[in-house]
Design a protein around this ligand. Structure first.
Ligand SMILES: Cc1cc2nc3c(=O)[nH]c(=O)nc-3n(C[C@H](O)[C@H](O)[C@H](O)COP(=O)(O)O)c2cc1C
Ligand SMILES: [Mn+2]
Length: 475
């Protein structure tokens, strides 16, 4: 059963023993984020946390650490809690491949329980945390998403872009160049009109999962989320525009981004484990016109920062899924597994297992990954292994790199690919392009039997005999 809202997800986590409520007062200034982060860094990803008592904000709660354990991601996707990350991605692909479910428009919903307009729409009323000491401000938007409408096609986009609290009615948005929201804004800039936007925190978790996934420019995350959750997303019209927002959203900040207007944004402790920017970067910002929220609202936050955070886990699952889906659409045969591990935020490095079937097949898979919608953006390393390697097991991947990889013919370097401006391996002033490498650990298809290494297997009969008599050897 899909979740109707953030609360039903939190309730389910509680039933499964995955939730801890923090009743002690915590300061939104560093303390809350540090409790969350140190909790997340415990073995197994800690617990999901519901902060019930945030300094200066009685009655307003903050939810963190939702996805740092695989079990909680599985619950969000209504899957068995033992499912591995790669298998969650595989299920994701199966649910959305060739399937779109448009949202259902309702007359009203819980998000309209409180409507703040004009000067009342003050973002300082939201208990946004200050995360890391070098950050440039408090961040309302971490586990949320910006909703925009394409001026020409009418398509609604949900994009997870961080949002920093500026003045009481200004919310700065870090929308990296050529993200869908930024491309939408180009048409408004050309027409010289403001772009209506809504920033959402706290609804069905699949919406956040989709907001941070790279789909095609034409695709609406609402339609994909409908397919992923197996039911239409319920939405209502925004107060100040014709945008549609989740009917159950805990918080919605509405307003507009005005062409030509920017504010300084950041730095922010990012998922690369480094600060992005030095506080000297100008970004677009929302002129806030309205805020709607539920009674006793819950702000959904994530710590971002060094691995492993929600960002790494979520992007591991959704980037693996979208890369796998892209490769499936390319109809490249023989791919048996795709995995972007959490330590790479699922996106800087991908491991792909395959059965080479023809000359040049493994090169095709490597190039296909880099040319795909997902891999084209920021993917730097593709490791290819034979299908007998369990690619979620890093010991096995290290084994393949050690024994099956030959640097001379296993390495192909590519140049001038699209990079992310957050990549700390590039100089800060020049981060839009990156080099790439295919590390091919598969046994070359063209090798004949003479050259192929013979793998060791146990003798089946003897192994069965030993297992049968196990206790006699070890009893
Ligand atoms: C927690 C989290 C925070 C993110 N913050 C940003 C951000 O500040 N700016 C950005 O451009 N992308 C950010 N991303 C990545 C985008 O969400 C991702 O590229 C997504 O595809 C954007 O949506 P779009 O493809 O519709 O543009 C973030 C992802 C996560 C999981
Ligand atoms: Mn999009």
């Amino acid at each position: 059963m899909p979740f109707d809202d953030l609360r039903s997800y939190i309730e389910r986590l509680d039933e499964e023993g995955q939730l801890h409520e923090v009743d002690r007062e915590v300061d939104w200034n560093l303390e809350l984020s540090h409790v969350a982060k140190l909790n997340e860094e415990r073995q197994g990803g800690g617990m999901a946390l519901l902060f019930n008592n945030v300094k200066d904000y009685p009655g307003k709660r903050v939810f963190t650490s939702a996805m740092t354990a695989r079990e909680r991601l599985a619950i969000a996707l209504d899957m068995d809690q033992d499912t591995s990350l790669m298998n969650l991605s595989q299920e994701w692909v199966d649910r959305i491949h060739g399937n779109l479910v448009p949202p259902k428009v309702l007359d009203t919903g819980p998000t309209k329980e409180n409507i703040l307009l004009g000067d009342d729409a003050d973002i300082l009323k939201i208990p946004s945390p200050w995360f890391y000491p070098g950050d440039g401000g408090r961040y309302f938007g971490t586990a949320g998403y910006l909703i925009t409408r394409n001026l020409k096609t009418g398509r609604l986009n949900l994009g997870t872009y961080r949002a920093m609290v500026g003045e009481s009615q200004e919310l700065c948005i870090y929308m990296i160049k050529a993200k869908d929201g930024e491309i939408d804004f180009r048409d408004y800039q050309e027409a010289g009109i403001p772009m209506p936007v809504a920033y959402v925190s706290g609804a069905d978790p699949t919406l956040f999962l989709c907001g941070s996934t790279l789909f095609g420019l034409e695709e609406s995350e609402y339609d994909v989320a409908g397919a992923l959750r197996g039911a239409p997303v319920e939405v209502v019209k925004a107060e100040t525009s014709d945008l549609l927002v989740p009917a159950s959203a805990e918080w919605v900040v509405e307003g507009e981004i005005v062409p030509g207007e920017t504010r300084s944004e950041g730095p922010f402790g990012e998922y690369t484990g480094h600060y992005s920017g030095k506080g000297d970067e100008e970004q677009y910002f929302i002129r806030v016109k309205a805020i709607t929220h539920r009674n006793d609202p819950i702000l959904w936050s994530t710590t971002v920062g060094r691995p492993t955070t929600d960002t790494h886990m979520v992007m591991s699952v959704n980037r693996t899924a979208s890369l796998w889906n892209d490769l499936r659409r390319m109809q490249i045969p023989g791919i048996t597994g795709v995995y972007g591990p959490p330590a790479s935020a699922g996106r800087m490095l991908a491991i792909i297992s395959m059965k080479p079937m023809y000359h040049g097949h493994s090169t095709q898979v490597g190039l296909g990954a880099f040319a795909s919608t997902t891999g084209n953006y920021g993917l730097k390393t593709v490791i290819l292994v034979d299908d007998d390697i369990d690619i979620e097991n890093m010991d096995q991947v290290m084994y393949a790199l050690s024994f099956k990889y030959q640097p001379e013919f296993g390495t192909q370097i590519l140049r001038r690919g699209r990079s992310t401006p957050l990549d700390p391996s590039l100089p800060r002033s020049d981060r839009f392009m990156t080099s790439r490498v295919i590390i091919d650990c598969t046994t070359p298809y063209e090798w004949g039997d003479e050259d192929r290494p013979a793998r060791i297997f146990l003798d089946d009969d003897m192994a069965a005999h030993v297992k049968e008599n196990w206790s006699e050897y070890f009893g």
